[in-house]
Design a protein around this ligand. Structure first.
Ligand SMILES: NC(=O)c1ccc[n+]([C@@H]2O[C@H](COP(=O)([O-])OP(=O)(O)OC[C@H]3O[C@@H](n4cnc5c(N)ncnc54)[C@H](OP(=O)(O)O)[C@@H]3O)[C@@H](O)[C@H]2O)c1
Length: 332
């Protein structure tokens, strides 16, 4: 056992429900590796966990932290892939906001030397999600048009950058205050408080893919701007949280999304994406993004960085920030 500090969501609610506690971490079991965490993130997912709106989530008290970069400090029985001190990454989902974490060796991905840990930790969840939606679901090709909701978000920004790298033309939504920055990054933004983007995309003849983290009626609107052969990729149901309206059951919205595929004569399809570290493509896709970061092909905007015991501030920043990018927690 080792005594560690970690973040705990003590109950559903606002930022005051985040505490730093001390607890005992057991030694890693067979097949597990213990990491000394260098960096973790605060993402939309753990904000949803704090509110109690993340699908099928653990109940409080729980420790969030969806991705980590850290150094191997103990190899459990049967683990020999990494040496003590090696720097690795993992999609942890829980327990990442802690000084130490035990993780299955099979899900660890080596971080190349020379890669900035703060930028690298943001790639694990948000950029792999964006990469896989573009390349493994929508199969975006050069010259295509894509529509990205929440262009100024961490996943939206990654979709914009990776879409443009592939040679697609990127349209999407952003609040008025962030539109200049989004435009400078090469995308064409529309204000999401009006629905003018719908007619604008239809007038263009429709788009090849839409990426939608909002759900509910937004899925219908997104589907309406697809051209024949186009695909709607849902990846969240954040409309109630982002519009501060009452929570709604997600299953009817998911069923409605999939039922759009019954209209097979429309030539359009709809699907939902969930990133999964067990997927055979997860490690290769993350390794590709690490290499692109190292080569300077991509750069990762970091909205703000906080220490572990500034976790309440980090969540407040998430809700109010006027900047683009990911929120990183520097653990050591
Ligand atoms: N399925 C998966 O595998 C997966 C993986 C990763 C993340 N996610 C989901 O993706 C969501 C987005 O994550 P993120 O980290 O990219 O978000 P984020 O960085 O927190 O960004 C949220 C964005 O939402 C925008 N927004 C607010 N209200 C909006 C509205 N009514 N319409 C359109 N956009 C609105 C904001 O734009 P302004 O700042 O311009 O107001 C902001 O850019 C997460 O909550 C999570 O549920 C899913």
């Amino acid at each position: 056992m080792t005594r560690i500090k970690k973040v705990v969501i003590t109950a559903y609610g606002d930022e005051s429900k985040l505490a730093i506690v001390e607890s005992d971490l057991p030694e890693p079991t067979t097949g597990e590796v213990q990491l000394a965490v260098d960096y973790t993130i605060v993402s939309g997912s753990d904000v949803n966990m704090r509110r109690g709106t993340y699908p099928l989530q653990k109940k409080p008290p729980l420790t969030p932290g969806y991705s980590v970069i850290g150094k191997v400090c103990v190899n459990g029985k049967g683990c020999s892939k990494f040496k003590i001190g090696d720097r690795v990454a993992c999609l942890s989902k829980y327990e990442g906001q802690a000084e130490l974490i035990n993780l299955p060796e099979k899900y660890l991905v080596r971080v190349p030397d020379g890669v900035d840990g703060k930028a690298a930790v943001a790639l694990i969840l948000d950029w792999v999600t964006a990469y896989q939606m573009l390349h493994r679901v929508a199969h975006v090709r050069p010259g295509q048009k894509i529509f990205v909701h929440a262009l100024s978000g961490a996943v939206g920004g990654a979709l914009s950058r990776l879409g443009q790298l592939e040679g697609s033309q990127v349209f999407g939504t952003a609040s008025l205050k962030k539109q200049d920055e989004v435009r400078q990054l090469g995308a064409v933004p529309f204000d999401y408080s009006t629905k003018k983007w719908i007619a604008a995309m239809q007038d263009l003849g429709g788009v090849d893919a839409v990426f939608d983290p909002l759900g509910f009626e937004s899925f219908d609107e997104s589907y309406s701007v697809l051209k024949k052969g186009g695909v709607l990729v849902g990846y969240g149901m954040n409309l109630p949280a982002w519009t501060r309206t009452r929570e709604r059951p997600v299953i009817p919205s998911a069923l409605k999304l999939f039922s759009k595929n019954l209209l097979f004569w429309s030539g359009r399809r709809a699907t939902f994406f969930g990133v999964n570290r067990r997927s055979k493509n997860f490690a290769p896709d993350l390794e590709r993004l690490f290499q692109w970061l190292k080569d300077g092909k991509i750069s990762v905007p970091i909205k703000a960085a906080f220490k572990l015991d500034e976790i309440q501030q980090a969540h407040r920043e998430y809700a109010s920030s006027a900047r683009l990018g990911s929120i990183v927690i520097e653990v050591r």
